[in-house]
Design a protein around this ligand. Structure first.
Ligand SMILES: Cc1cc2nc3c(=O)[nH]c(=O)nc-3n(C[C@H](O)[C@H](O)[C@H](O)COP(=O)(O)OP(=O)(O)OC[C@H]3O[C@@H](n4cnc5c(N)ncnc54)[C@H](O)[C@@H]3O)c2cc1C
Ligand code: FES
Length: 282
């Protein structure tokens, strides 16, 4: 590649935030909200499952947030308030304007998974980056073998998209298993950590593809359980998080070994990650 091509500036949508209107805001849990954003001008963007945008709250700051849904030109983001910027996004009411850059990053390998069983393993707010993939897997279920969603939260009150989980279960195109770490006696579902569900899940380990997202400790134990079931490292895919600034591979803020999560991730195969680091450091 010529040096001039390497130095080419990223497109302006990658560098300059486009104004988006908050159309809708729905509370998911005590600290997590889903926002529907509409571009103030133009047709908006078309992110693929797994990609993220940089969401900018004017005067507060900018953070990476995965796309949890699309609706025509509208963007859906599901955000947990953990600090100044994410709390300001969660507090943005309909009518507020946020800045959007992107979309950025690698995608869930849905094309590679065609014809195979797919097992989706999500923990907590980790279901948000997987939701567009689960929707595509359900919509195009004839193109896949069995599709299984294993989802865990700390408590029943921490589970995202409860209505949609119920719809997915009722329509029966996916096997849906939900578990919580702890619950009061009136909870009728499973109690236990999500990697435990992998032991009994129905998929063909010789060919299945796994998509995993959640807290790093949950991903570590999930990978171990998937490897124990016989899944090959190259068919296990994880979405990684690192603090970000530029999101276009310039600042080095999101470095993961020799890679940059904004450019080479966030979705990596475990085969690639295992080269980069020890499992315990996932
Ligand atoms: C590719 C990508 C996709 C993401 N998608 C989502 C999403 O869909 N929904 C969502 O709620 N969050 C998502 N995040 C995490 C989100 O970006 C952070 O929660 C946010 O940057 C925190 O910023 P803050 O200013 O609110 O809090 P800060 O004050 O910066 O941080 C508050 C706490 O969160 C920790 N933290 C900050 N940034 C991160 C990070 N990137 N990963 C892990 N811990 C962090 C800090 O160490 C601190 O403990 C994603 C992150 C990445 C990299
Ligand atoms: S955020 Fe700047 S290089 Fe990734």
């Amino acid at each position: 590649m010529p040096a001039s091509a390497e130095l080419e500036a990223p497109p302006s949508g990658a560098m300059v935030p486009a104004p988006y209107l908050v159309r809708r805001r729905r509370r998911e849990t005590s600290d997590t909200w889903t926002l529907t954003l509409e571009p103030l001008s133009g047709e908006g963007i078309a992110p693929a499952p797994g990609q993220f945008t940089m969401l900018y709250v004017f005067g507060v700051g900018e953070v990476p947030i995965s796309v949890s849904g699309t609706d025509g030109g509208r963007l859906v983001h599901t955000v947990r308030a953990v600090g100044a910027v994410s709390a300001a996004i969660c507090a943005a009411k309909p009518g507020a304007v946020l800045g959007v850059r992107g979309p950025f990053g690698t995608v869930w390998p849905l094309r590679e998974a065609a014809g195979r069983d797919v097992v989706v393993v999500a923990g907590g707010v980790g279901l948000a980056p997987l939701r567009t993939a689960v929707r595509a897997l359900e919509r195009e279920h004839d193109d896949y073998g069995s599709v299984t969603l294993l989802y865990g939260g700390r408590t029943p009150g921490d589970l995202l998209f409860r209505g949609e989980l119920e719809q997915w279960r009722r329509r029966g195109r996916l096997a849906v298993e939900v578990t919580v770490d702890a619950a009061r006696p009136d909870w009728k579902g499973r109690v236990g950590v999500v990697p435990k569900l992998i032991e009994g899940a129905r998929f063909d380990p010789a060919s299945a593809v796994a998509l995993v997202c959640g807290p790093e400790i949950m991903m570590t134990f999930s990978v171990t359980a998937l490897l124990d079931r016989g899944l090959a490292p190259e068919r296990i895919h994880l979405s990684m998080e690192r603090n970000m600034r530029c999101a276009v591979g310039h600042c080095g803020h999101c470095q993961l070994g020799p890679t940059l999560v904004c450019r080479d991730g966030p979705v990596y195969s475990y085969e690639r990650l295992a080269e980069l680091m020890e499992v315990r450091e996932l």
